[in-house]
Design a protein around this ligand. Structure first.
Ligand SMILES: [Zn+2]
Length: 318
């Protein structure tokens, strides 16, 4: 099961169902995926989702807030990998209009009934309800990337006006959401991992949050360890190859009788290098008494290499 589905399942199992929050969550679910039909007998509402958990949750909320029981049907989709679709239907009847008005999907004004294409701020005054609305929006059309593959949370819809309103509203809640239009679909998304964690904490997806934090820490650690290992590896190789070259040069000098002619400082350097082939320049400098700096050691070792070359050249060696 995908990370997104697991997060949704977790949210659907939340049992905190205050009346105010139940209404807010339901409002977002309906705004995200309800389809309305007006017939002779009044409004009919249907809601389709691929998640059985979301279908059950919506039915539960409808029952909790409006004391109605929608009908549940399972349909087999022909295309798209023959996935199942769970459809709730309610009405036609006057109770549907009540639901539409109370959840803020419709408004009664002087001009009559109008659809609202904005987040219904009037039912979201408390922070508990605002979080419930986010939860509903995510359950309706949300998607959360597996954090191993990258950080991305989105809520999709076809209505550009609603998407813009949802995005502005999320930003007022302290999140940094953006909208992008993908073909016919409007996508409200959050990319930043910290922000996604905040969102998950607001909506109550604590398991998903922990999972994501674990992945985040692990990834971070892996990256840091890799960086350190690469860096150390490179340093070790550099030290070894330079030191091997130096040791060879000194051995050449010894073999060709050049050591006798060295100044005391160079001779000491040569002796120390042979004694401590793995030491860094700094460490080598510390073996002198009095100690000498890294650059002086470097200079002397270069000089030794240079002398070895000169000696070899003089004696006709390669
Ligand atoms: Zn509430």
């Amino acid at each position: 099961m995908s990370f997104s589905s697991l997060a949704k399942q977790e949210l659907c199992r939340l049992e905190e169902l205050r009346d105010c929050c139940a209404l807010a969550e339901l409002a977002a679910l309906l705004h995200g995926c309800a389809i309305l039909h007006l017939g002779r007998e009044g409004w009919r509402l249907s809601l389709s989702t691929e998640s059985p958990a979301v279908a059950r949750r919506t039915a539960l909320l409808l029952k909790h807030v409006f004391l109605v029981s929608p009908q549940l049907n399972t349909l087999q989709r022909r295309r798209l990998g023959r996935s199942k679709v769970y459809r709730l239907t309610l009405g036609p009847g006057p109770e549907v209009l009540q639901i539409l008005l109370k959840t803020g999907l419709m408004r009664q004004s002087e001009e009559g009934l109008t659809f609202t294409r904005a987040v219904p701020g009037s039912i979201l005054r408390r922070s508990c309800c605002r979080y419930a609305y986010m939860r509903g929006a995510f359950l309706a059309t949300g998607y959360l990337n597996d954090p191993e593959k990258g950080y991305h949370l989105e809520i999709c819809g076809t209505d550009a006006e609603y998407a813009a309103s949802l995005c502005r509203w999320l930003n007022r809640q302290g999140l940094r959401a953006r909208v992008v239009s993908r073909k016919e679909v409007q996508v409200v998304y959050i990319k930043d991992s910290e922000q996604i964690v905040t969102f998950l904490s607001m909506v109550g997806a604590h398991k998903a949050l922990l999972e994501m934090e674990n992945v985040r820490v692990e990834k971070d650690m892996r990256n840091r360890v890799n960086r350190i290992v690469n860096c150390e590896q490179a340093n070790i190789e550099k030290t070894l190859s330079a030191s091997q070259r130096q040791v060879e040069a000194i051995q050449d000098l010894e073999r060709l009788g050049g050591l006798r002619r060295l100044s005391p400082a160079l001779l000491k350097t040569a002796e120390l290098r042979l004694e401590y082939p793995d030491a860094t320049l700094q460490e080598l400098g510390e073996y002198f008494s009095p100690p000498v700096g890294k650059s002086a050691v470097n200079h002397r070792l270069r000089k030794l290499e240079q002398l070895a070359c000169e000696w070899k050249e003089k004696l006709g060696e390669e």
